[in-house]
Design a binder for this molecule. Structure first.
Ligand code: SF4
Ligand code: SF4
Length: 454
C-alpha cells in the first residue's frame, strides 16, 4: 500500500474535531508548529511505541538504544576512573571531562515508560528513554567520563549515542561545573494580566441571548480567544455581524463551529475567513464530505469540513497528539493550573454561565448575571487549579505539560474530579495510543500487512 493511501486510511478512522481549541490560537503564527501539531495527522502517532526495554519507535526522531539495565541502578561512585576510560577515543562532540547542560528552554519530562525533552523555545519535543532522563536530571553534574565509569565501558557507545543525539538536536552543551553556575534556570511561574483568557459561547435554535453584549463583556475581561459554537444552522451573515462586533476588541483568535447548509462550500468558507484575520479554525460540521483546507486564504485559517455532526457540548474533551502544544505559556501554566479551564468562562446554549458548557455547575444566567459577577462567585475558580500532576494516570504521562486537559468528562466522573480525561486513549504505562478499532503496530511493515489483511 502506498504511504499516501495508508495515511488516508488512517485519517478516515479519526473521529476528531478541533474543538479543544484553546491553544491552537497560539500556534497560528507558527507555521512549522502548525504543520507538526496541525490536522495533518501523523500516522506514527498510532504506532505502538517503545516500552522501557525496547528500542524506541523509529518513526520518531529519537534515541534507539538503552543502557544495559544492570548498570542502571548503580549508585556507587568510583574513587578513580577505570583504566579503559583513560583510553576512550571520543568523537569531537563529546567532551569527557565536562558535564552536559540542557539549554534553559529544554525541559525533560518523565513518564511511566518513556520521557520527552520539551523545547519550549523551538516548540517541539523528542522522545528519550527514561534512563537518559535520569542521566540529565539526577546525574546532571556528572562528567561523561564519570558516567562511563559508573555505567561501564560496555555502555559507553550507548552513552555516546545519547549525547550525540542531544548535541545533534541542539538540546544542550558540554560545560564545566564552574561555567554551569552562570546559566540561570528559566522561571516556571505563570501569570496573566487578563482576568479571562479564553471563552466558549454555545448556541442552538433556541438560544436567544444577547451575544454581542457577551462579546463586549469578554473584551472587558481581557479575553483573547473565543469559540463560537453553533449546533443549529446559522447563516454566515449571522457570524459576519458578530465578527464586526469583535473588530477592535482584544479578542485575538476566534474559532467558528457551525453546521453545514446547502451552498456553504469551500470557496464560500475561504472567502468568508479571508475577511476576518482573527478566524483561527473554521469548522463546518455535518457536511456531505470531509475535507481539510489549510492556509488557503494566507492568514493560516484552518477550514475543516467534517461529516461528523456536532450536536452538543459533549463533542468536546477529545485528547489527541495533534492537540499537544509545547510552548512557554502552556508549559508553565500547566505546572500550576488546569490546562483547559484556567481563566476560562463560558455560556452554554441555554444561556447559563459555566466554567465550560459541559461542566455541571452554573453561576447564573446571562439575562440577570454579568460575566464579571459570575467570575466573582464563590467556587468559579475552584477547578482552575487542578493540574495534570494531580490527576490519575496523567500524572504518569510524559505529555502532561503539553496536553490540554478536560475536567468535564473524566474517567472518575462523580468521584473526585481528578480522573484522566475520558476521551484520552493514550496509555502512558505502555506508551501506546489505544483507539478502539484502530490498527496499532510496532513497525510500518506490520502496520501495512495488518491494514492489508483487515
Ligand atoms: S473541560 Fe472538557 S468539555 Fe469543557 S471545554 Fe475543556 S475539554 Fe471541553
Ligand atoms: S494520559 Fe493525560 S496527560 Fe497523557 S495524553 Fe492522556 S490526557 Fe494527556
Amino acid at each position: 500500500m502506498e504511504k499516501n493511501e495508508l495515511i488516508s486510511q488512517i485519517r478516515s478512522q479519526l473521529p476528531k474535531l478541533p474543538l479543544t481549541f484553546r491553544y491552537l490560537g497560539a500556534l497560528k503564527e507558527q507555521e512549522e508548529c502548525s504543520n507538526y501539531f496541525g490536522l495533518d495527522y501523523k500516522p506514527e502517532t498510532i504506532y505502538a511505541l517503545q516500552t522501557n526495554d525496547e528500542p524506541v519507535g523509529f518513526f520518531y526522531k529519537q534515541i534507539s538504544r538503552f543502557i544495559h539495565p544492570v548498570a542502571v541502578n548503580s549508585t556507587e561512585q568510583p574513587d578513580s576512573l577505570p583504566e579503559e576510560t583513560a583510553t576512550i577515543t571520543m568523537p569531537v562532540a563529546i567532551e569527557p571531562d565536562k558535564q552536559f547542560k540542557l539549554f534553559a528552554c529544554c525541559f525533560p519530562v518523565k513518564g511511566a515508560s518513556r520521557s520527552i525533552i520539551c523545547d519550549i523555545q523551538r516548540q517541539h519535543f523528542s522522545f528519550i528513554p527514561n534512563i537518559l532522563y535520569d542521566l540529565l536530571v539526577q546525574d546532571s553534574d556528572t562528567t561523561f567520563a564519570e558516567m562511563v565509569a559508573i555505567y561501564g565501558a560496555e555502555n559507553e557507545p550507548i552513552l555516546r549515542e545519547y549525547f550525540d543525539f542531544l548535541l545533534d538536536q541542539e538540546y544542550g552543551f558540554w560545560t564545566t561545573a564552574e561555567e554551569a553556575r552562570h546559566f540561570p534556570e528559566v522561571s516556571m511561574e505563570w501569570d496573566s494580566p487578563l482576568a479571562i483568557t479564553n471563552s466558549i459561547i454555545d448556541m442552538d435554535a433556541n438560544s436567544d441571548f444577547d451575544i454581542p453584549s457577551l462579546i463586549t463583556q469578554l473584551d472587558e475581561l481581557g479575553c483573547s480567544a473565543l469559540q463560537l459554537r453553533s449546533f443549529s444552522q446559522r447563516s454566515l451573515d449571522f457570524f459576519d455581524n458578530l465578527l464586526q462586533h469583535i473588530a477592535g476588541s482584544r479578542i485575538k483568535t476566534i474559532d467558528i463551529v457551525l453546521p453545514w447548509y446547502d451552498g456553504l462550500d469551500i470557496q464560500t468558507a475561504v472567502d468568508f475567513s479571508a475577511k476576518y484575520q482573527r478566524i483561527n479554525n473554521f469548522v463546518i460540521h455535518g457536511a456531505p464530505f470531509t475535507k481539510f483546507e489549510g492556509n488557503l486564504n494566507k492568514n493560516l485559517t484552518r477550514i475543516i469540513f467534517t461529516q461528523e455532526a456536532v450536536t452538543g457540548e459533549h463533542h468536546c474533551g477529545l485528547v489527541f497528539a495533534d492537540y499537544f502544544v509545547v510552548n512557554m505559556t502552556m508549559f508553565t501554566e500547566s505546572h500550576h493550573f488546569n490546562s483547559c479551564l484556567n481563566r476560562k468562562i463560558s455560556v452554554d446554549k441555554a444561556g447559563y454561565i459555566r466554567n465550560c458548557p459541559s461542566m455541571p455547575e452554573d453561576f447564573g444566567h446571562v439575562r440577570n448575571t454579568t460575566l464579571k459577577a459570575a467570575l466573582a462567585h464563590n467556587g468559579f475558580t475552584e477547578k482552575w487549579g487542578i493540574t495534570k500532576d494531580q490527576c490519575s494516570v496523567c500524572r504518569d504521562c510524559e505529555f502532561r505539560y503539553g496536553c490540554t486537559d478536560c475536567r468535564a468528562y473524566t474517567q472518575l466522573s462523580g468521584q473526585d474530579g481528578y480522573g484522566k480525561p475520558a476521551h484520552c486513549h493514550y496509555n502512558p504505562y505502555t506508551a501506546t495510543w489505544e483507539y478502539p478499532g484502530w490498527v496499532v503496530a510496532d513497525d510500518e511493515e506490520t502496520l501495512h500487512s495488518t491494514l492489508e489483511n483487515a
